[in-house]
Design a protein around this ligand. Sequence first.
Ligand code: FES
Length: 182
Amino acid sequence: MNPEISPCGENHNKQFIELGCYIDALKIDPKSPRRKDTLIMTLHRAQQIFGFLPEEVQVYIARKYNVSHADVSGVISFYNFFTTTPKGKTQISVCMGTACYVNGAENVLNEFERILGIRAGEVTDDGKFSIDSLRCVGACGLAPVVTINQRVFGKVKAGEVRDIIEQFLIEENVNVTVAANA
Ligand code: FES
């Protein structure tokens, strides 16, 4: 990503243009002490556009808001729905909160890792899958809980992991097959 000057005042990179136009439409007064009120909204939008929040994006947002990079990265690290590392097209998150952990979440996580050949926090080489572990997602009655993109799977057993992946891919029409020998 290499920002250059653009119609929305910042650069020609398509993603940066989209983000720049979004921020410009908010009409932020760079001198107003309330300018940070919309920062979380902007970070959500940036994460939708880029898929994650790399340093270049954080610096860009900081400049647009007339705040320090540390201000922006502080907000990002406070909320666990923001991520500074790239994710796969299919994002698998296994809750490792207490209720999920005592109901076997670790085995479920291990099975996702074994089948996809990556560890939590990693992305497959083709960029199609990533796995993360999360703190409590607020659905403890369904423990152990897995989310795949926006969908929630409850009471997941390790033996169901392959079926969940395949069912998800079929329903979402994602053109990926899980290796038969995994
Ligand atoms: S501990 Fe997993 S949803 Fe609460």
